[in-house]
Ligand binder design. Sequence first.
Ligand SMILES: [Zn+2]
Ligand SMILES: [Zn+2]
Length: 251
Amino acid sequence: MVKKVISSSKTAKTHKRLTRFCPSCGTETDELFEGLCRKCFLSNVELLQAAKRVQFGLCYDCGRIRFNKFWQSYDSKNALVRDVVLRHARPLRGAKLSINYSDFTIKGKTEVPVEVTATIESNSRTLSKSKDMLLVITPEICPDCSRLRGGYYEAIIQLRGEGQERLQAAVENEMKKYTKIEPNAFISKVERLKEGVDIYVGSRTAAIKISSELRKLYNVECTITHKIHGMRQGKEVRRTTVLLRGSFAHS
Ligand SMILES: [Zn+2]
Ligand SMILES: [Zn+2]
């Protein structure tokens, strides 16, 4: 077997770098984006498409945002702006999107100017395009909050026995977990009675789930009763009572 040894030529490094041509216009260039020169690439593709104006509702009370019929909550203004922009801007596949805006406070109808930039990298050259978007926030009241304002409730969590304050705090804490996933997961009223505390809850499902969580954490007995509370628009209106009784010490 013959091994061919190719020694590296001393002249190789001095060779002129291969010049490339744009197949579309024939321009001589080393700067190719997906095989085309900058000019042809930009005239062939839209690097960034974005809506000029996006209007959406925001609930005064809970701060959730409405997209058509859906209400969604966000942990931060940044997450909110990002999500709205991503729903209404389309960068070219493979392009990176960056979002620029000044901090804002929502007070009545609020306009937030946002600059969106798409950047694409090819052969260590970058190409970018920016567009201005205007986010228009219109405050309104979501259906959950309007029921909350009207004192709506489907269930009452009754706390009886010792350590009710601690358990009340636990109920309020657990409720926060359900606010984002369960409609009407709110406390519409808290009543202090001689025999204990009654917590009025907008969602029956949330009330039942929370009680079963608390049963795992504390040494409490739980009794759930459903009662028919009259009729409304041909439907039975049910009220659920969740009775938590015990020493409320950690089990
Ligand atoms: Zn070209
Ligand atoms: Zn709301």
